[in-house]
Design a protein around this ligand. Structure first.
Ligand code: C2E
Ligand code: MG
Ligand code: MG
Ligand code: MG
Length: 276
């Protein structure tokens, strides 16, 4: 009958839903456990000055070695962590681990290597976020001047009105960069009013750079914006020598991508430093 068919459909629907809910709950549980037992890892991808291709910094990128699933990519678990709120503990864990790992490692000029750490909007909105950053810096001995926090354009819009956070971080000496720049909707006036140190040109523009005049025009515009607002520029996702060369000629300050190096475990980063 129609009634039983309806019920079957309903049952099918709920089974499907509960399966997905179950999967998600398992992932949340696994993530919580991984954080508590220090089972996450952080890999580091070098950032180079384009003029002489020397290493000036690294970006910390979290990795989750899962007992059944292998290495789970951030694209799979960061959204889950953000929706569930786990990102607050995860982000703090990454910040602490990365500061501990990178403190004392030299850049190409022998100074403390700059460390960029991704920060989610939920971390930023915590009342105690600035205190947490200060505590990690104190506890690890990492110099504030060498720490850079990467926030996305959407985060910039959310925190615009709750300003003061950025200013407080600036007072600590920490710098701020806007990740995936060009993909969000931040207006120029928002940018002008905020203490942003660096804009990070999104990979999608770099991908089309050598074949697509529009992508090149966009990058040109972003670099001009950076210059006029006295912000540094870095391009991410550089895979080809042609892309690096063109970005260098266009005046982009720094670059990051598989062409130079992939994200690597701390041990490999240390090795690459001693080999230089
Ligand atoms: P993102 O911050 O924009 O990081 C750059 C991503 O591009 C990284 O992916 C990196 O491995 C990848 N990448 C670098 N160079 C190249 C290249 O030449 N070609 C290509 N195809 N990809 C390249 P990953 O490590 O999978 O991270 C993905 C995203 O996950 C990050 O994008 C970031 O938004 C997020 N994420 C990673 N770690 C953290 C974290 O600790 N906290 C937060 N909140 N988010 C994180
Ligand atoms: Mg980033
Ligand atoms: Mg990025
Ligand atoms: Mg990106």
């Amino acid at each position: 009958s129609a009634k039983s068919q309806g019920r079957n459909r309903y049952q099918f629907f709920t089974e499907d839903m509960s399966e997905r809910t179950h999967e998600r709950m398992q992932m949340e549980q696994g993530l919580r456990r991984a954080i508590e037992s220090d089972a996450l890892e952080v890999h580091y991808q070098p950032q180079l000055r384009l003029s002489d291709r020397q290493r000036v910094g690294v970006e910390a990128l979290v990795r989750w070695p899962h007992p059944d699933l292998g290495m789970v990519a951030p694209a799979r678990f960061i959204p889950v962590a953000e929706e569930s709120g786990i990102i607050e503990a995860l982000g703090l864990w990454v910040l602490r681990r990365a500061c501990r790992d990178i403190v004392g490692l030299p850049d190409c000029d022998g100074r403390q290597m700059r460390l960029a750490v991704n920060v989610s909007v939920r971390q930023f909105l915590r009342d105690d976020f600035v205190t947490q950053v200060l505590e990690v810096l104190t506890e690890t001995g990492f110099p504030a001047e060498a720490l850079e926090l990467e926030i996305t354009e959407s985060t910039v819009q959310v925190i615009e009105r709750s300003a003061g956070i950025l200013d407080a971080l600036k007072r600590l000496g920490v710098s701020i960069s806007i990740d995936d720049f060009g993909t969000g909707y931040s207006s120029l006036s928002v940018l002008r009013g905020l203490p942003i140190d660096r804009i990070k040109i999104d990979r999608s523009f770099v991908l089309d750079l050598t074949e697509n005049d529009d992508a090149r025009a966009m990058i040109d515009a972003m670099l001009a914006l950076g210059r006029s607002l006295r912000m540094k520029t870095i391009a991410e996702g550089i895979e080809l020598a042609e892309q690096a060369d063109l970005l260098t000629r266009l005046g982009c300050d720094e670059g990051q991508g598989y062409l130079f190096a992939r994200p690597m475990p701390l041990a490999d980063l240390r090795l690459s430093l001693t080999r230089r």
